[in-house]
Design a protein around this ligand. Structure first.
Ligand code: 13P
Length: 336
C-alpha cells in the first residue's frame, strides 16, 4: 500500500465503510476499564489485551486506523512482532494520541487540553516510529453558565495549532472537539454548543492554513444529556447531527468518524446507521469508537487468556456491525 500524501492517507482511513478503533486509553483510563473486569493493569496485561484486539479477524476490512497510546506504539506482541506491524498487516494504519489530557480552565469547571509545548519534537519521533495519523481531544462541558465562548475559543485554537504542527510532520490530524453527554440538557442545547464548536474550529483551522482534505473530524453526535427527562430518539439524533455537520463543516474535509462518548454499543451503531441511511453527504461518515467497540470484548475477556477467542469474536462482531452502519446497511436482526 503506497499512500504518499496526507490526502491519500486521510481518504484511505475512512474508505469503503472502514472506521477507527480507538485503543488510546491512557494508563489511568485503561486501569479503570480493567478494574471493572477485576483485572490488574500491568504493561503485560495491557499488551495482551491490545494484542488480542489487533489479531482479531474483525480488524480486516472494517478498521482503517487504530489510535494508540504512546506505550502501545512502542510495544511488541508476545512473539516479538511490534504491535504497529500487526496493525499494518491487517490493512489498518497505526495512529497516536498526542494530547496530554485536560486541566482546569480559568480555575472553573471548564477544561483545556494541553500538550502543545513539545508537540513538534514528539510528532517527529512518532512519524519515525511509523504513525500515520494523530488524535487530539478537546473536552467541552455543558452546565450552568457553561461552556463559555472563551473556553470554546481556547480549545478550538489548541486543536488548530495541533493540526498544523501534525501536518507539518507529515501525519494526518484527527481533530476531536467532544461536547460531553453529562447533564440534563436537551439535544437542542447539544446542537447549539456543537455548532459553535465546529464553526469556531473550522475558522481557526483555515486561519492556520490546515489542509482539511488531509484532516479527519471526530465529533460527538447531537444527543440529549444523559440525565435529560425526555431523550431524543434515534431519528432525531440522526437528523440533528446531519444538520449540524452540513451547516458547519466544509465539504472538502476528508472524513468524519464519530466518538461514542458513553452511548451503548448498540445505540452508537444504530445512530450511525440512521445517518447513513439518510445519506446525501459530501464526506464518509464513520466511527472512531473506544467504549462502543471494546465494551463487549472486555466483558468477554475478563483478563483470562482462555477467553481470548470469545473476546475477539465480540470485538469482530461490533467492528463489522459498525462498518455496515457506515454504509447505512446495518439491520437490527444482524445483532442476534
Ligand atoms: P469513546 O468512543 O469511548 O468515546 O472513545 C473515543 C475516544 O477516542 C475518546 O477520545
Amino acid at each position: 500500500m503506497s499512500l504518499s500524501s496526507l490526502e491519500e492517507i486521510a481518504a484511505y482511513l475512512v474508505s469503503d465503510g472502514k472506521g477507527f478503533l480507538a485503543a488510546d486509553e491512557s494508563t489511568g483510563t485503561i486501569g479503570k476499564r480493567f478494574d471493572a473486569i477485576n483485572t490488574e493493569s500491568t504493561e503485560d496485561s495491557r499488551r495482551d489485551y491490545r494484542e488480542l484486539l489487533f489479531r482479531a479477524q474483525g480488524m480486516q476490512d472494517n478498521i482503517g486506523g487504530v489510535i494508540l497510546f504512546d506505550e502501545t506504539l512502542r510495544q511488541s506482541a508476545t512473539d516479538g512482532t511490534p504491535l504497529k506491524d500487526l496493525i499494518n498487516s491487517t490493512g489498518a494504519l497505526p495512529g497516536i494520541k498526542v494530547d496530554k489530557g485536560i486541566s482546569p480552565f480559568n480555575d472553573s469547571d471548564e477544561v483545556l487540553t494541553g500538550g502543545l509545548e513539545d508537540l513538534d519534537e514528539r510528532c517527529a519521533e512518532y512519524f519515525s516510529l511509523g504513525a500515520k495519523f494523530t488524535k487530539w481531544r478537546a473536552v467541552i462541558k455543558i452546565g450552568e453558565g457553561i461552556p463559555t465562548q472563551e473556553c470554546i475559543d481556547a480549545n478550538m485554537k489548541a486543536l488548530a495549532d495541533y493540526a498544523k504542527i501534525v501536518q507539518d510532520n507529515k501525519m494526518v490530524p484527527m481533530v476531536e472537539p467532544e461536547v460531553l453527554m453529562d447533564g440534563e440538557h436537551s439535544a437542542q442545547t447539544c446542537f447549539d454548543v456543537t455548532a459553535n464548536c465546529l464553526k469556531t474550529l473550522f475558522s481557526m483551522l483555515a486561519a492556520n492554513g490546515v489542509n482539511v482534505k488531509g484532516t479527519i473530524l471526530k465529533p460527538n453526535m447531537v444527543v440529549s444529556g444523559t440525565e435529560a427527562p425526555v431523550p431524543a430518539g434515534v431519528q432525531e439524533v440522526a437528523e440533528l447531527t446531519l444538520k449540524v455537520l452540513k451547516e458547519n463543516v466544509p465539504s472538502e474535509l476528508a472524513g468524519i468518524a464519530f466518538l461514542s462518548g458513553g452511548q451503548s454499543d448498540l445505540l452508537a451503531t444504530e445512530h450511525l446507521d440512521a445517518m447513513n441511511k439518510i445519506g446525501g453527504l459530501p464526506w464518509p461518515l464513520s466511527f472512531s469508537y473506544g467504549r462502543a467497540l471494546q465494551q463487549p470484548a472486555l466483558k468477554a475477556w475478563m483478563g483470562q487468556s482462555d477467553n481470548k477467542e470469545a473476546a475477539q469474536k465480540a470485538f469482530s462482531h461490533r467492528a463489522s456491525m459498525n462498518r455496515l452502519a457506515s454504509k447505512g446497511e446495518w439491520q437490527k436482526e444482524l445483532e442476534n
